[in-house]
Design a protein around this ligand. Structure first.
Ligand code: ADP
Ligand code: MG
Length: 609
């Protein structure tokens, strides 16, 4: 049979990538502004016409591009910012994928003008739907101007999908706010249809907030400052009496990058507990600085989500810091005897050494643990089924799964004592991110985070739909506080949650009382998972049963999966490899990306020729 696979032409691949990067005019604004910041500009001007539908132009005084770089910048995966995968863990720039300009050029008319400091003439390039139509030398000042016209000119469906000018402009201004707040030292201005909407000069963070949101903001701000080894928090929260009916002014910046985090948002909401009227939202403008190595910003194409190594600790620190500030500024919190003391970080600890986050897998995370109360009627735990049908040429003792241990010392003894000489190490971890394992035809390289998400997802989905629930009874019922609206969301998925292994003693009256949770979950993670779930449900609005089961399973899997950057011992590596290949869909991640790739022995051999 003739071969049927062929490579997509670049312009088609770029259009597909554009779908991820560019949802609407504001996405272009974000990418262009970020590029200007990465180019070390001190002055950035944004010009918009018709809410970006006609024109989005960004002019900066940054370092500019050479003639060759100007052309190259529109190629896919063309970036000056990283050279190797390791660089991803020490990122200091906004961009790194090299996808923005190529994506934008695939779906718009783009005019680039750029000049570096010590060249006499700059370069002008016009590009339409990925094709360069014109290139010249031009006399321009140092810096770069990129004009994006007629967005989605070649994708009518996308263009028709755009909302009214008022809505699109709102999105652009939101994006602009996020960027200017993250960079108060940079001068920014913005014009819409020739009207000057913002003119911001280099200033401190408080001044930037005030100049962005108006003079009256100043009196509403309460400073927050906290410095621990793990995390530095600085910025402001709005006084409770100014809390809003909508979630307008809520900003987290992690290492100067705006992020969305329902979980951390909940920490702030919790700090305001007792101070807010029902269903009002506090304003906050908070900068979090963490070691870039302890976060993973690579999980979302538009990079507004971040995964931290140790989220519960960050939650606790944040909540304590905000509470402390509100207290100090004599916004006396109402005494609350019901609050969960474990969430507070005692203040006297703050000057003590805080150890950096550990990258070990939690030893308690053992789905095979015998101490768990099993509420299921079926005889085999769902996890065991994941192992059947494996034949990666690995170990002997694969059948006694209840004996799998997650502690590395126990692992050592089982390898070197009993099985000495028999068991060979078949897996290896690369950069705490990939698991490499041998297979008959060569080797397989697995993305550990995507693989674990897939494993957990299939397991949870099975539990929820097959109703083969395994749960653990809690020593004391867990009480979590939620707003009326949040509880409403939880009620709509209560059935799925129960099938997943939760037992609710109460769900209403501002709180959820939980007496049992799924085996795979730790008590500490429950709040985080629920908050994420509420957010996911609100954003996806599932309207029939199957999809909400799917959503619950997905959220669980994503929140609980081991992250990239986590060191795994051999047992854990083997667990991932074996469980992955027992999955129904081992190849495709929950975000439709590849989970693993194989490298054939012949490919390796050819390199030695
Ligand atoms: P990324 O930002 O991920 O590297 P982009 O597609 O956004 O990818 O940009 C590609 C490259 O073009 C950048 O790495 C940078 O070298 C160059 N570039 C883009 N915008 C500018 C700018 N305003 N000033 C200088 N160089 C730029
Ligand atoms: Mg970029």
């Amino acid at each position: 049979m003739a071969d049927i696979i062929h490579l997509l032409p670049d312009h088609v691949a770029n259009q597909i990538a554009a779908g991820e990067v560019v949802q609407r005019p504001s996405s272009v604004v974000k990418e262009l502004l970020e590029n200007s910041i990465d180019a070390e500009s001190t002055e950035i001007k944004l010009l918009i016409k018709n809410a970006g539908k006609t024109l989005i132009q960004v002019i900066d005084n940054g370092k500019g591009m050479s003639v060759t770089d100007a052309r190259l910048s529109f190629e896919r995966h063309a970036t000056s910012k990283i050279k190797a995968a390791e660089d991803l863990f020490a990122l200091h720039t906004k961009g790194f994928r090299g996808e923005a300009l190529s994506s934008i050029a695939a779906i718009a008319h783009v005019e680039l003008k750029t000049k570096q400091e010590y060249t006499e003439l700059g370069t002008a390039i016009t590009i339409e739907g990925s094709t360069i139509t014109d290139q010249n030398s031009v006399a321009v000042p140092k810096g770069t101007s990129i004009a994006v016209k007629n967005l989605f000119f070649n994708i009518p469906a996308r263009r028709n999908f755009l909302k009214s000018d008022a809505v699109e402009l709102r999105h652009i201004i939101d994006e602009f706010h996020r960027v200017v707040l993250a960079h108060p030292k940079i001068n920014f201005s913005m014009y819409h249809n020739g009207n000057n909407l913002f003119d911001l000069r280099s200033e401190n963070f408080r001044q930037r907030i005030v100049h962005t949101f108006g003079k009256k903001t100043n009196e509403k701000l309460v400073p927050v400052d906290e410095d621990t080894e793990l995390l530095k928090i600085s910025g402001f929260v709005g006084k409770p009496e100014y809390a809003k009916k909508s979630r307008g002014e809520q900003f987290f910046f992690v290492n100067q990058r705006f992020i969305k985090s329902p979980y951390l948002n909940h920490a702030i909401q919790a700090a305001f507990e007792g101070l807010l009227q029902t269903d009002k939202f506090p304003s906050y403008f908070l900068n979090l600085s963490v070691d870039p190595k302890s976060i993973d910003i690579n999980i979302h194409p538009t990079k507004t989500e971040v995964k931290f190594d140790d989220e519960p600790t960050i939650y606790a620190l944040l909540r304590a810091a905000v509470k402390h500030s509100l207290g100090q500024f004599s916004i006396a919190p109402i005494l609350d005897f019901q609050r969960d003391a474990s969430m507070d970080t005692p203040y006297h600890q703050h000057n003590e050494q805080v150890s950096s986050p550990k990258v070990e897998v939690d030893p308690n995370f053992n789905p095979f643990s015998k101490s768990n109360t099993k509420v299921s009627s079926s005889t085999a735990p769902a996890w065991e089924a994941l192992y059947t049908g494996l034949n990666l040429d690995t170990t002997e003792n694969q059948n006694d799964f209840s004996e799998v241990q997650f502690e590395s010392d126990e692992l050592q003894s089982s390898i070197f004592d009993e099985d000495e000489g028999k068991k060979v190490q078949n897996t290896f971890q690369l950069q705490n991110k990939y698991i490499i394992s041998t297979i008959k035809s060569g080797m397989v390289v697995i993305d550990q985070n995507r693989a674990h998400e897939r494993i957990l997802y299939e397991n949870f989905l099975k539990q929820i739909t097959v109703k083969d629930t395994v749960c653990q009874q809690l020593m004391f019922p867990l009480e979590l506080e939620f707003s009326t609206q949040e509880l409403g969301v939880l009620q709509t998925i209560k059935e799925q949650l129960e099938q997943a292994g939760f037992v609710f003693d109460a769900l209403g009256n501002k709180k959820a009382v939980i007496s049992a949770i799924p085996v795979a979950l730790k008590e500490n993670d429950v709040l985080k998972v629920f908050v994420q779930l509420i957010d996911d449900v609100q954003n996806e609005v599932p309207d029939f049963n199957f999809s909400s089961s799917d959503l619950v399973a997905k959220t669980f899997a994503k929140s609980l999966a081991i992250k990239n950057g986590k060191k795994l011992n051999i047992t854990e590596q083997e667990f991932i490899v074996n469980s992955l290949f027992a999955c129904k869909e081992p190849a495709i991640s929950l975000n439709n990306k590849a989970i693993f790739t194989t490298i054939e022995t012949s490919e390796i051999e050819s390199k030695f020729n």
